[in-house]
Structure formats: C-alpha cells, structure tokens
Design a protein around this ligand. Structure first.
Ligand code: NAD
Ligand code: UDP
Ligand code: UDP
Length: 343
C-alpha cells in the first residue's frame, strides 16, 4: 500500500505528534469527515489557520462546497467527495469524524442511510485510524441521553432512548458509534476521543435545516411567524459554534478519551429562545404554534464540570452574544436566494 508523499511513516505509526501548538509544532495532516458541513467547516478554518494540512471527506448530503470555498487554492487544503459508508485509504495523523446529518429533519429523511453512516461510516474511519495509527475523535451527541431522567446531564448518565422511535436512527446510531469507538480503543489500542455535543448554532447552518435556531432566525428575517412546536416549554442549551470548535480541538490534543459533554449550560425554553430572536432581529415578529414531533426530549442541559476540569474548556459566548453573529450570514444568504428567484 502506497503512503502519501510528504508524510513520514514514523509519524503515522505513532499517531499524532502531540507537540503543543505554537513554536516548533509539527504540521499535522488531519482528516475532517463532514468538513463541508456547518460545524466541520468552522473546524477546518481553525485547523488551517494553525498551519495544518486538512483533507475534507464529504458526500454533500447536507454540506456545501460554499462552506469551504474560501480555501480553494490553498495547497494545504483538499476536498474529496466521498461517502464514509465506503472504505477509503489515506495517510493522516488525526481524524475528526463528523460526517452525519445533525438536523432531525435531515436524519429522518433517510433513516437507514443515517444509521449506515453512523455504524459503517464510523467503522471505516476507525479501521482507517487503526491501520495508520491516527488519533480518532468521534462527534457524538447529547441525543445519546434521549429524553433524560437526569438533569442536567453528566457523562455518567446512560440515557433514556427509545430504540424503535423515529429519532433512533440518530440516537442509537451515535450510541453504537460510541460503542465501536471504545471497542477499537480497548481491542485495537486506537487512540480515541469522544465528544458529546449539545445544540450548536452559528453562521453556515443550512437555512432550512429545520433546527430551531436556524428556523427562528430565517423566519424572523423573512418576516414569517416563528414556529414554536408544542407548548414551547421544552428546553435546550445553545452553544455558539466557535466555542464548540475550541472544545473539539482541546479534546483532540488532550490525553483524555472522554466522553466529554461540549455544550453551553445556558438553558432556554423554546418560547424564551423566540423572545431572544425577536429582541435580536425583529421585535414585531409573531409566534405560530405547531404540533411537536414524536419523542421530542423535554429538557437538555449539559453538566460541563468534567470538560472544565480536564480540558480547561468552557464556552465563552452567551446566546445573546452569539445570535447576532449569525444574523448577517443568514441575511446575506436569504437575500441571494431572493435575488436568485427573480432571475
Ligand atoms: P451538518 O449536517 O451541517 O454536517 C454534516 C456533514 O456530514 C455534511 O457536510 C454532510 O454532507 C456530511 N455527511 C453526511 N453523511 C455523510 C456520509 N455518509 N459521508 C460523507 N459525508 C457525510 O451537521 P453539523 O451540525 O455540522 O454536525 C456535525 C457533526 O456534529 C455531526 O456528526 C452531528 O451529529 C454532530 N452534532 C452536531 C450538533 C449540532 O447542534 N450542530 C449537536 C450534536 C452533535
Ligand atoms: N478501512 C478503511 N480504510 C483503511 C482501513 C480500513 O476504510 O485504511 C475499513 C475497512 O474496509 C473495514 C473497516 O474499515 O470495512 C474496519 O476495518 P478493520 O481493519 O478494523 O476490520 P476488518 O477489515 O478486519 O473487518
Ligand atoms: N423546535 C421548534 N420550532 C422549530 C424547530 C424546532 O419549536 O421550528 C423545537 C423542537 O421541537 C425541539 C427544539 O426546538 O423541542 C430543538 O429542536 P432542534 O431540531 O433544533 O434540535 P434537537 O431536537 O435535535 O435538540
């Protein structure tokens, strides 16, 4: 099997160099699966900024070339159209495994594909990590806690998930992905990291991906009513994307396997979120109540003491600070869409 020119085999077999970022840090070659998506593209920005070589693997199901087009022409950046359900041969130091639709609307669209992505996709990336001695980070989710009976959720909580419900392709898919990750760690000594990500928002989210923050922001800009599902008293905790990306990199560079909750503990009901969106974008926006979806978790709030203590990480950006940071990106894209329709 040929190795990629420029990557020393000694590095590959030892996994990452783990030299601290800064003076004398060795340039890493890093794969980001799902790197053309919302979170992945921000992670790619950070890795390229610090001088790494980045290979994005994406099948563009929910990702867009637009999200990474500012790196086209950068010789340290490569974009491969590939589905992680199929095997792939590469030579790298680190693998950030994000490929998987994250919005309930997207992951329910083709549930069998979602579970294949989580199981076969994660298996392939772990097989890759094992062969080349790379460090592997799984982006798991707070959804592994299901409709939680413990609040806030600590990493020690095993969750309350419906295994046969409409969300289970994602919840159980991610739970299996965590299992595979730990089994490759224990059985094949792959260096692994697990992040359990709580609801994250920011620029480059798909405009119509059905998630609540992107829905409310797009609706407020388009002068449409904000669609609150159910009574709007269910809660979520919203994290700005740059905080998450800092946490993912801190986890990858740390000596800890995890799992680690990465989220912002600021907890809001959907009605409170609607209020913050109104204050940020349009105080005259109205609310339209719609029926809620099946198995919707009633509450969600991370306990982040483990990440604070072991990764020295905590989110810095509150919802009120973060929301305005995604509004101009959404306004521009909605404007372009409207202009496109006129053509
Ligand atoms: P996203 O949908 O914007 O990005 C997912 C990316 O993966 C897209 O670019 C998509 O095209 C790609 N992809 C999907 N299936 C693929 C496949 N089979 N092969 C190759 N590429 C594939 O979602 P996101 O919000 O950026 O989420 C990224 C990761 O973080 C996901 O694994 C998600 O489960 C996890 N996560 C996100 C959140 C959040 O709130 N954003 C919360 C918890 C977990
Ligand atoms: N795999 C891959 N790239 C690699 C090595 C493995 O995509 O560089 C895939 C491989 O095709 C398999 C999976 O990862 O489907 C698990 O590989 P592993 O070697 O752990 O298991 P095995 O091939 O023995 O089933
Ligand atoms: N939600 C809502 N209006 C919307 C979209 C979602 O009230 O337009 C609610 C949804 O019922 C859930 C919460 O917002 O209670 C978060 O939903 P999202 O799809 O963003 O994330 P997840 O359910 O995966 O946490």
């Amino acid at each position: 099997l040929a190795t990629t020119p420029g990557v020393k085999q000694s590095h590959l077999n030892k996994g990452t160099g783990r030299v601290p970022v800064g003076l004398g840090r060795r340039r890493m070659r890093v794969v980001v699966t799902g790197g053309a998506g919302f979170v992945g593209s921000h992670l790619v920005d950070k890795l390229l900024d610090r001088g790494d070589e980045v290979i994005v693997i994406d099948n563009f199901f929910t990702g867009r070339r637009d999200n990474v087009k500012h790196h086209f022409g950068n010789t340290r950046f490569e974009l491969i159209r590939h589905d992680v359900v199929e095997p792939i041969l590469l030579e790298v130091d680190q693998i950030y495994h994000l490929a998987c639709p994250a919005s309930p609307v997207h992951y329910k669209y083709n549930p069998v594909k979602t579970i294949k992505t989580n199981v076969m996709g994660t298996l392939n990336m772990l097989g890759l990590a094992k062969r080349i001695g790379a460090r592997f980070l799984l982006t798991s989710t707070s959804e592994v806690y299901g409709d939680p009976l413990e609040h806030p959720q600590k990493e020690t909580y095993w969750g309350h998930v419906n295994p046969i419900g409409v969300r289970s392709c994602y919840d159980e898919g991610k739970r299996t992905a965590e299992t595979l990750t730990m089994d490759y760690h224990r059985g094949a000594e792959v260096e692994v990291r697990i992040a359990r990500i709580f609801n994250t928002y920011g620029p480059r989210m798909c405009l119509d991906d059905g998630r609540v923050v992107s829905n409310f922001v797009a609706q407020a800009i388009r002068k449409q009513p904000l669609t609150v599902y159910g009574d709007g008293k269910q809660t979520r905790s919203f994290q700005f994307v740059s905080d998450l990306v800092d946490g993912l990199v801190a986890l990858m560079e740390s000596e800890h396997v995890g799992p680690f909750n990465l989220g912002n503990p600021g907890e809001f009901t959907m009605l409170e979120l609607a209020q913050v969106v109104k204050e940020t974008i349009d105080s005259s926006a109205t609310i339209a109540f719609k029926p809620n979806t099946a198995d919707d978790p009633h509450k969600r709030k991370p306990d982040i003491s483990k990440a604070k203590e072991l990764l020295n990480w905590e989110p810095k950006i509150s919802l009120r600070e973060g929301l305005p940071k995604m509004v101009s990106d959404f306004r521009n894209r909605i404007l372009n869409e409207d202009e496109g329709k006129g053509n």
